[in-house]
Every structure is written in C-alpha cells, then in structure tokens.
Ligand binder design. Structure first.
Ligand SMILES: [Ca+2]
Ligand SMILES: [Ca+2]
Length: 463
C-alpha cells in the first residue's frame, strides 16, 4: 500500500495550480487510472482542464497535461471505450476554442518588429512563459518583439478575445486593429468581436522591454448557457480530437456536471441534469464516437416520461457512470396496483385502488386493454382514466391508448362492496394485454385484496 503522494505543485508553466472541486478517477486498461480535474492556471488567469495517468503502484504514468484552457469548466468525467480511446467531458460556460492550430511566429531583436526576423517557428498555441530567458535561439532575452499570424475557424457570433502579455501587445482580426496595448505591460485585456461563420485571419504582436516575458491569446464564444464539451485521447493518452461542444444544454439551468459511460460500439454516452436538485425534470443525453464526431445532439428525457415529478440521480447527476441500457426489442408492458390491501367500510366504499401502466419495450403496445375481475361482493363505481370502461357482470374492461417506451399512466378505480363481515378479503384480479405478445407476461397482472374493516379511532391521552 502506498501512502498519500503529492502529484505536483504546479503545471504548464504556472506559478501554481489550484484544484477546484473534486478530481475524478477512471479505470483504464493496462492497470492504469486516469485522473481528471479542473484547476486554476495562474498564467492564464483562468480555469483549465487537466488529466494525468497513474500506474497500479501509484506512479505517474502520464504527466499532468492541460486538455483545454480558459474553460471555466468544472469536474471533468471520463470513460475509456472498448477500442482503447478515452473520452473526457466537462461543462464550460462557453463553447471551447477551436483547438490547436498552426501559428507562424517571427522573432525580432528589437522592440519594433523592424528588419528581418532573427528566428521563426510554428507553434500550436499562443501561450508561452519565457521568464527571464530568451524565447528562441538567437533572440535576446530582453528588447525583442514577436509576431504571430494564423487563421481561426469559428461557427460565428460574438467572441471574447483575451490577450495577455509581458510587456505590451496588439491584435488584428481580418486586418483590423481590435486591441492595442503596445505601451502597456503585464496584463490581460478582453474585447468582444462579432465574427461571421468561417475563417478569419488573426495577427498578434508583442514587445518585451525587460524583465520576465510571457504571452497568451484565447478566444471563446460569448455564451450565457453552460456547454457540454469533450475531447478524445488515444490509447497513449494523447489528445486526438476536441475540445468540441456537443451543444448547449437544452435548458438554461442545466447543471455543471456531466456523466459519461459507453456502449460496446465505441460510443461515449453523455448524460446531464437540470441544476435544481429539488425540481429536476429533465435528463439530457448525447452520443459521441471515438473520433470525436457527435452522433446524437443533446436531447431530453423528461420526468413526465418516467411518471415521477423529478428524476432521481446520484449526487448532482455527476460521475463516471458504469451502466447503459438498451430497451428490449418488442412489446413489454407492465402493471402495478396499490395498495395491495384496500380497506373498505362494511357495505360501503373501498379506498380507491391506483393502477399504474408502464411501457418498457422498444416497440409500442397497441390495443392496450386492462381488465379487472371483481369479487362477486364488489361493484364498479367510477375511475379517473378518462376512458369509459365496459362493465359485464364482474368484469370491467378499459380500452386504452398505445403504451410506448417510458410511458407511465396512472388512474384510480373506486369500488363499492356489499360485504359486511369484518376481516373478509375480496380479490380484484387485474390483467393488462395488448395486440402483441408481451416479452415478460408475469408483470402484466396484479391482485388487490379489498379488506372489509372498521375505522377505529383511539382516544388521545394527555399525560
Ligand atoms: Ca517584461
Ligand atoms: Ca410485461
């Protein structure tokens, strides 16, 4: 057994990393565990998503790696698919940046980008912390300037650009100067820019006067609703797709927690909840493949489809779920009746019987019929189904609408009795049928015993 071990003090060039919320552990093949968490990146000045892998001895098998920056996301969850790829998902306050891309970089040994560059390179992010050192071979540690040029692809809308540098910097989008802080130093600046869908050219320049130097450029859509976001790691835990938004949560009060599981076909299954623990009426669902393609955009399973006023889940609906379910192909209806013992006054009314009909199969049940066979000493009075039953002798028959998957219908049946012997039990046999054969006939029947009984009120004694 290994004692508690500190993973790290800081990551990604940050001065420190503060982990917010709880970290999640996911079991991986090869006796490994994936640790996912969100942390505060002091260089970015914002939250970022991180992951790392441990081996079975608790040693770091894959170092802590930043998966997405500037996300304001919390508590990422993960699931490893049968093909070895792993999907990590989290909730952001805005759609993610379009991911890494090529930026052509030019370094100049002056503060004014004058003359020929002394060094060039291509980087995938504008995100560097050079400290007091030179940013590239042949470049001064002070009194230098840098130009980045690239093209970003956006889905369109208002985008918040965050530019930061030590010392000054300025930003052009499609040739227009949108931020100019050339004479400033060591800060972050924001500007919201409306962008049409498609490609836009971006140019950023910075200058270093002296001391430490760093730089950053990020952008994200200006959105108010939380966004479920994911990325895909390959078997070696290198990022191969994303970050990608599966779309907005369908309700503005979507929770900040997402759960993940998978099926046998290498699909990651996303579910998340409404935020209000006491009034959760919606469960959201989306399906993603191992290449990062969104197969099913977010859809809602409503509480009305489960018959309860809210959906019960684990804490905040968060976690790495381990279970997925495919409805059986065919018709499977089910019947329940409560109470199983329904008290009745001698020669009077019985406590109403509540029947509940459920659709559990992938195929709708048609010609749905409920029959109640009453004891000879019972008679039908009324019900709340909205359907007028046929009464033939002691048999009451309701012809009901089709029962689809997740349908739940409840109604009450009021009965009267002629029996008067206390303690007598009068059976009511309930049977649910449809035009199709039922996959599990055993749960299509129920019995209620009407119990002839006398209400007895005990005196209240006060000491
Ligand atoms: Ca400086
Ligand atoms: Ca059944």
């Amino acid at each position: 057994m290994r004692g508690a071990t500190k993973l790290t003090d800081s990551v990604a060039g940050s001065d420190y990393t503060a982990v917010y919320h709880s970290a999640a552990l996911t079991r991986l093949t090869g006796s490994r565990a994936l640790l996912t968490f969100s942390g505060y990146d002091s260089l970015l000045g914002s939250m970022a998503i991180y992951y790392a892998a441990l081996d079975s001895d608790g040693n770091i098998q894959h170092p802590i790696t930043q998966l997405a920056d500037n996300v304001w996301g919390i508590q990422p969850a993960a699931t490893q698919l049968p093909n070895g790829r792993t999907v990590v998902a989290w909730v952001s306050e805005a759609p993610p940046n379009p991911g890494e891309q090529d930026w052509a970089v030019q370094y100049f040994n002056n503060e004014t980008l004058t003359g020929e560059p002394v060094a060039t390179e291509t980087v995938s992010r504008i995100y560097s912390h050079w400290g007091y050192a030179s940013p590239a071979p042949g470049v001064n540690p002070d009194h230098f300037s840098v130009r980045w040029q690239g093209t970003i692809e956006v889905i369109g809308g208002d985008y918040i650009f965050t530019m930061g540098s030590d010392d000054g910097s300025r930003l052009w989008i499609d040739g227009e100067l949108v931020m100019d802080y050339w004479d400033s130093y060591c800060q972050y600046w924001n500007r919201t820019v409306a962008l049409t869908p498609g490609a836009h050219s971006v140019r950023m320049e910075m200058r270093e006067i002296s001391g430490a130097a760093w730089t950053y450029l990020g952008w994200q859509q200006d959105a108010e609703d939380p966004v479920v976001t994911f990325a895909v790691l390959n078997a070696n835990l290198h990022q191969v797709a994303g970050p990608t938004a599966v779309g907005r949560t369908a309700a503005s009060d979507g929770s900040n927690y997402v759960s993940l599981t998978h099926d046998a076909n290498n699909h990651a299954i996303f579910t998340w909840m409404d935020d209000d623990y006491f009034a959760r009426r919606n469960l959201y669902y989306a399906l993603v493949d191992s290449n990062g393609a969104v197969l099913t955009r977010p859809m809602i399973l409503q509480a009305s489809q489960t018959g309860a006023s809210r959906i019960e889940t684990s804490f905040y609906g968060y976690g790495n779920t381990t279970y997925s379910w495919t409805p059986p192909a065919g018709v499977d209806s089910a019947l329940a009746a409560t109470p199983s013992l329904a008290p009745a006054l001698p020669g009077g009314s019985a406590l109403p019987i509540t029947v509940e009909l459920k659709g559990r199969g992938g195929t709708p049940a048609t010609s749905v019929r409920l029959t109640a066979a009453l004891d000879p000493r019972l008679s039908y009075v009324s019900d709340t189904s909205g359907v007028t039953p046929t009464v033939s002798g002691q048999t009451v028959t309701w012809n009901l609408p089709n029962l689809r998957l997740f349908d739940i219908r409840q109604f009450q049946i009021n009965l009267q009795t002629t029996a008067s012997i206390l303690g007598e039990l009068l059976p009511v046999q309930l049977q649910l049928t449809s035009a199709e054969p039922d996959l599990t006939p055993a749960d299509n029947q129920a019995t209620v015993q009407v119990w002839i009984s006398q209400p007895l009120y005990l005196p209240w004694v006060r000491q």
